[in-house]
Ligand binder design. Structure first.
Ligand SMILES: C[S@@+](CC[C@H](N)C(=O)[O-])C[C@H]1O[C@@H](n2cnc3c(N)ncnc32)[C@H](O)[C@@H]1O
Length: 417
């Protein structure tokens, strides 16, 4: 059976890899620097019957590679002792032949452009984000047929005060990558790039991310992102489905209906299957009182203003916009979840309080809202568990993008996948 081959750079716990496997691809290599993410990837996706039996694709290796993908550019978040690798090192490690890779999938973190940091413009000759630069160099080393790129939404607008924006630099760089022997006209990557809302693709989460598809040797007009399948308020004459809500996503699991309280874990609860991931963080009693007060008056700490529960407004949030505006907010059950971040089970970090119960959502609930399968195991350390979930690209979204890519791959490779 022909399966297109994928290398997943910055693979995390494998959200994107899983999406490719669901769409029938063979992931032949995966690399990340985070030890917890690597362990999670390995225990869930490598050699697991659940993957082999449930999905048409495969993972071809026993363990992802833990390495630094910065190619020697400065990355202050990285462990000093970790080896840096070139694409050739990756080939050698995973036993991949040059030119064998059809797809490079990459989600290089661009922290300069997350919505909670500054987005000041940068001069053309001084790229601020080293990991994106490294990512382009990996692509140039292998020149695969297609490249899947995911990033924060702000990367699309960052640098708008200067004529050459960050995204222009990315697309121009991709356009100039040419295989040996190809002319400039024959080579280069055509692309489709946009900010997609995962909720519009049936994911129970409003998650806006920049998604790029780059196809070698094609014009931009020939490259397309998948059509939206869901909508907030679909026209009955259209084929669009309504958004999938938190209640839709979690309500199908009877055992999750047990009213798990703060600090409780679904292990050893009579009549319910053990699920160590279905555990809530333990909250301070004052936090629980704050949640109750917020629930009494609405769903946000702002609803406490001018009420007799004003004492529960955390001083630091008063008057703040952005992330802090949603702190301690109660998630709505009848809507998709808000964007799950790397702090998505921590109520002070966003609208992450359960719709009906006075506790943050559990790690299992977070993973399901990210469309990981129910059997997906997470790290036992709480911070690592919410980090790998919040960092992921929803597998169900990647599956749809990977299906769209199949058409491009058939055209480019003339192989019937
Ligand atoms: C957005 S997450 C990727 C999520 C992943 N694609 C998924 O779907 O689960 C970005 C990843 O980049 C990794 N990372 C950051 N800097 C790195 C570096 N210098 N080398 C390798 N990995 C790095 C982080 O550990 C994190 O897992």
């Amino acid at each position: 059976m022909n399966r297109p081959k994928v290398v997943d750079l910055f693979c995390g716990a494998g959200g994107a890899s899983l999406g490719f496997v669901k769409a029938g691809y063979e992931v032949v290599g995966a690399i990340d620097a985070d030890e917890d993410a690597i362990e999670t990837y390995e225990k869930n996706l490598c050699g697991r019957d659940s993957v082999v039996e449930e999905f048409p694709g495969t993972i071809a290796f026993e363990e992802p590679l833990r390495a630094d993908l910065s190619r020697g550019y400065e990355d202050e978040d990285i462990d000093d002792g970790l080896p840096t690798v070139t694409f050739n090192d990756i080939r050698t490690h995973f036993d991949i032949e040059p030119g064998e890779v059809n797809v490079i999938c990459g989600c290089p973190p661009c922290q300069n452009f997350s919505s909670l940091r500054d987005t000041e413009s940068w001069p053309e000759d001084k790229p601020k984000d080293n990991l994106l630069r490294a990512f382009i160099e990996f692509v140039a080393e292998e020149v695969p047929d297609v490249v899947f790129f995911e990033n924060v939404r702000n990367i699309m607008t960052a640098g708008e005060d200067v004529p050459s924006t960050y995204i222009d630099w990315l697309t121009r760089s991709m356009k100039s990558i040419t295989r040996d022997g190809d002319s400039k006209q024959e080579g280069g990557y055509g692309y489709a790039l946009d900010v997609l809302n995962a909720a519009n693709y049936g994911i129970p989460q409003r998650r806006h991310r920049t998604i790029g598809l780059f196809v070698y040797g094609r014009d931009n007009d020939d490259v397309h992102l998948p059509e939206q399948t869901h909508s907030e308020d679909p026209d009955p004459t259209s084929s669009l489905q309504p958004w999938v809500s938190v209640n839709d996503a979690l309500g199908q699991y009877d055992d999750l209906k047990y009213d798990l309280q703060s600090g409780e874990k679904q292990v050893g609860i009579e009549g319910y299957p053990d699920d160590p991931e279905h555990r809530s963080r333990r909250h301070h009693s004052r936090t629980i009182e704050r949640m109750k007060a917020i629930r009494r008056h609405g769903g946000s700490w702002r609803d406490l203003i001018d009420t007799d529960d004003e004492e529960y407004i955390v001083d630091a949030h008063d008057g703040l916009e952005g992330g802090a505006a949603s702190a301690y907010g109660i998630m709505r059950g009848d809507e998709p979840a808000p964007t799950l971040t790397t702090r998505c089970t921590t109520p002070s970090s966003g609208r992450f309080t359960h719709p009906d119960i006075n506790r943050g959502i559990t790690f299992r609930e977070a993973a399901l809202l990210m469309t990981f399968p129910r059997w997906f195991e997470l790290p036992s350390k709480n911070d690592a568990a919410e980090r790998v979930v919040g960092n992921a690209v929803p597998p169900k979204l990647v599956e749809q993008i990977a299906n769209t890519l199949l058409a491009h791959l058939r055209q480019v490779t003339k192989v019937e996948y």
